[in-house]
Design a protein around this ligand. Structure first.
Ligand code: TRP
Length: 333
């Protein structure tokens, strides 16, 4: 008998073009998980609204994020890829869970503390309640596993607390999700300040490479990457953070390990090394960019995927939501 696959759930913010940090750190791993798990991947457009957005940009970025995931290898025949806002159960369950979440625990979230500083006097309630919506995302599908980076661990812990609290108060309703600890995703750092994580919101555009960057731009950005005053290509995060980051990227793009990379560039300068990294990344991204361009024009195909996944996710999510509504005592006819 075929064993039922575990449910693996993840969400990604629709920032439009992802960086190679998102790709090598998360998306590429998702692609590899598709055969072993029943995967749900959600473009979390409602979460995006917790910070100011320009409507037409949000719309465009959401669409482009969706097709980037497809172009990168998320296969709609295997996985369920959908938009959060297309399944109203997310917002409904988030409200209900808000009524079982404590101000103290939300106020302790480090991401909230960081992001709220940028909102000045008027901090949005949505930003504060962000992790409750994330809990709703995960719990609606009775997810077993959530692949989380360091920055989302606290939110997953909170999800588990809220779910256990609800289960204890009523009766078992939610599966308590576990963090998925797989092969560790690469942690790609800024090309300009290798102590900092690579981020698309960096003011310096040479600090990051997006999946949309053309080949010549990619190569130029790697040529400008910060290294050190040494000449040796050697992995040492502490002493040589810039070179180590480039080695990590090169390893992700080529599958070579650090020992092989050190050997390959023995006696060669940083110039050759940086060119090789740039070319390897451009080669990795070329097929994704080609597929992206095709998908962008194929509106009918995208519509079909969205319709299928939206129908499936609404069915699954409404099952859980219905249970919750009954348990808390909402009247039904
Ligand atoms: N908060 C996550 C992030 O910023 C995105 C996210 C939303 C998510 N809902 C989720 C991740 C559910 C995992 C599971 O990266």
């Amino acid at each position: 008998m075929e064993e039922k696959k575990k449910i693996l759930y993840s969400g990604i913010q629709p920032s439009g073009s992802f960086t190679i940090g998102n790709y090598f750190g998360a998306i590429k791993n998702w692609v590899n998980l598709q055969d072993d798990y029943d995967c749900y991947f959600c473009v979390v457009d409602l979460h995006a609204l917790t910070v100011p957005q320009v409507p037409k940009d949000l719309r465009k970025n959401s669409f482009e994020s969706f097709i980037t995931l497809l172009a990168a290898g998320i296969d709609p025949e295997k996985s369920t890829l959908y938009f959060q806002s297309h399944v109203s159960a997310h917002a409904e369950l988030a409200w209900l869970l808000n009524c079982y979440s404590y101000m103290g625990e939300l106020g302790r979230m480090t991401q909230f503390k960081d992001k709220s500083k940028k909102q000045g006097e008027n901090i949005r309630v949505g930003l504060y309640s962000y992790p409750v919506l994330m809990a709703a995302d995960i719990l609606l599908y009775q997810s077993d596993l959530v692949p989380v980076g360091e920055d989302q661990k606290q939110h997953l812990e909170l999800t588990r607390d809220i779910a256990s609290r609800f289960n204890n108060l009523y009766s078992p309703t939610f599966k308590i999700p576990e963090p998925y600890i797989g092969k560790k995703g690469a942690r790609i750092m800024s090309l300009q300040e290798p102590e900092k994580k690579m981020s698309k919101s960096d003011e310096n555009i040479n600090a990051f490479v997006t999946l949309q960057d053309p080949r010549d731009v990619i190569i130029k950005k790697f040529k400008r990457a910060i290294t050190d005053s040494d000449t040796q290509v050697r992995f040492d995060r502490k002493e040589k953070p810039g070179v180590s980051n480039l080695m990590e990227i090169y390893s992700c793009a080529t599958g070579k390990d650090f020992k092989d990379i050190e050997k390959e560039f023995e006696g060669k300068g940083y110039g050759d090394f940086k060119t090789a990294v740039g070319e390897a990344v451009a080669d990795t991204l070329a097929p994704i960019q080609k597929r992206f361009a095709e998908l962008k024009e194929d509106k009918a195909y995208i519509k079909e995927i969205v319709e299928n996944s939206t129908a499936k996710t609404n069915r699954a999510a409404n099952r859980t939501l219905g249970k919750v509504k009954r348990k808390v005592g909402l009247f039904e006819v």
